[in-house]
Structure formats: C-alpha cells, structure tokens
Design a protein. Sequence first.
Length: 261
Amino acid sequence: MSRGHQRTVPATLFRHGLAHGVKAAAMAVSLLALAGCGSVGPTDNPLARKLTWFSYLNGDDLRSRCGKDGADRFRLIFNADYNRHVRTYDVVGDSDRGGAAVEAHVIEATDLARMTLTDPFSAARGRTATLQLTAAQYDSFIGRLRDDGAFDPPPQGLRLPSNGFYWLINGCRAGQWFFTAFPYPSSRFTNAHFPELLRGLDPTGVAFPGLPEPDDAPQTLPSSGQLADGGVFFEIQVGRDGLVGPTAPFGALLLSALPGK
C-alpha cells in the first residue's frame, strides 16, 4: 500500500458489534477498490469509478497516449469533500477543425430520489453532460490555464485529504505531460481564474458548492470518531509529475468487463 495514498480505517469501528464490523468491512472494500485498476477515462459507472479513481486522478490513461496521436488532452478535477461533491472535466482538442470536446461529470452525495429499479446505480452515477468548444473558447481556456500556472509543477510536498477542497489538473499539451494542483486555502487557489471560466461553460446545470472559510477548510483527515460516521477517506500525496505511489497496480482488465462501459 502506497504511502502516497493513505487509506484510514479507524479501529473504533471494530469495537461496536457486527453492524459496525460490516460497515468497516464495506469501507475497506471501497478503499481497495479506489486503488485497484487503471483508468481508461471518465465514466458514470460508480463501481468503475471507484476501481480506477486514483489512476483517473493521476491521468494514467492520458499519460499513456501523450504524444502518440497528436491530440491535446486536459483533465480538471474539483474535489469539494470526496463524499459530498466531486466534479470533473475531460477536454480533448480538435487539431483539424479547432475547438475541443468537453465531457463533464458531477458526483454528489447519493440522491436516493434518483434511484430506479431498472438501474440500481442511478443514485450514484452523478450528472454527465458534453459540450463543444469553439476555437475561440478553446484558445481562451488554454490561455486561462497558462496564466494560472496550470502547466507549471505543483507546490512541493502537498498532501491532500479527501475531505478537503482542491483542484487537480493534468494532461498532454503539444506532446508534453503536465500535472499540477491548486489546494484550498492558498493564494494559488484564490488567484486562479480558470474556475470562473468553467462555471460559465459548464453544461451540467449543477451549481458549484460554496467554499468553507479558510480557517474551517479541512487540512487533514477527520478524527477516528468522525470517520465512524461513514464514507470513504483517503489522502493523496502530490509529486512533481503526478501522485506519489502506484495508482494502477492491476491495469484496466477488470474495468473492461464492467457493465455500463
């Protein structure tokens, strides 16, 4: 298990009878799933998402294709407490016609009102929408990322808890891999203007969540007592070119067999 991806399962969960033991076991399975397989891109399948999450954060699928087909690819991930709100944007440039295709996903706390008998995963799929950027919009997007330092290395020594707030951005531009992070609170986060641009373009119709006051923003994982309330908790460590530690130890074999992919 990588030091860069800390999975925390509190011992207190195992002291309060079978029900808590079952909850702890389910949490452990979820944590193992998060690190299990290699990402092949965005998905609305909640099981596939958990199986490939660290690999997706690290952009393993983008990195493997970088410079091979001439396409520029960008991935922007906003973590606003993993158990409550995550949104992702995958952007692929069109070198022939200009512009770019955007696939956006918003995953919020499970909404049982959206569960259906025909699709038991419906409550956890989140919202998915696509958008085609014009050449001018795409140029503005690239310029905003450049001005905000998205193509520069990330701050050194970052450790980001899943209950925190941050942007991760990675991709392939002109055949060169890049990876960076914007943690909250920080001047890097506050001074960035690309979120404003994304708000204006976002095709999902789901509002961005509000930010906590800087002093109230989580900087570490919750205490063991808070962890007992449920959810999946982990911490990622950011290196110069990606996440520290292995992110896809088993490859994408399991993902290819999942329904809905």
